[in-house]
Design a binder for this molecule. Structure first.
Ligand code: ZN
Length: 160
């Protein structure tokens, strides 16, 4: 299966494409993403992090195989409050930064069965959902810190 794409690869800076149909390709992609996520001990992974330009992400906030959430074409429809916490990213190894996020979000997405579902997320799940939707919009968490702080991270990680 695909390896994790490391920033600043282009596919991580591009807005991903809406999924029109959930077919075998998408199912295989999702299976592979779940594998890569657990192998890497990550709590979330977006399709463009394995090099695929599709609007899909998977998450398992407690890193448990029996607790995996799959979001296809996710959209935040409501958001509440603000909260600051530390984040990292499998595509930006070695970096961590405090990021302000909504405390709670209501998300609409398609499940693997193609049915629309709505979920109210709080705590870590809310943070992951926002981090992953950023990925699907071509953004990483370091796009949300000051340009001065970002330059510092990029310099240390030798990203240009
Ligand atoms: Zn990430």
């Amino acid at each position: 299966m695909n390896k994790i794409v490391i920033y600043p690869k282009k596919v991580l800076k591009r807005k991903t494409k809406l999924v029109k149909q959930i077919c075998e390709d998408e199912i295989n992609l999702i299976r592979g993403m779940i594998e890569v996520m657990f192998e890497s001990r990550g709590v979330g992974l977006s399709a463009n992090q394995v090099g695929v330009n599709k609007r899909i992400f998977v998450t398992s906030p407690r890193i448990k195989r029996e607790e995996v959430f799959i979001f296809i074409n996710p959209k935040i429809i409501k958001k509440y409050g603000k909260i600051m916490d530390e984040e990292g990213c499998l595509s930006v190894p070695g970096a961590a930064a405090f990021i302000r996020r909504y405390r709670e979000v209501e998300v609409e997405a398609l499940g693997v069965d193609g049915k629309l579902f709505k979920i109210k997320a709080e705590g870590l799940l809310a943070r992951i959902v926002q981090h992953e939707i950023d990925h699907l919009n071509g953004k990483i968490f370091l796009d949300r810190v000051s340009s001065k702080e970002r330059r510092k991270h990029f310099k240390r990680l030798k990203i240009r």
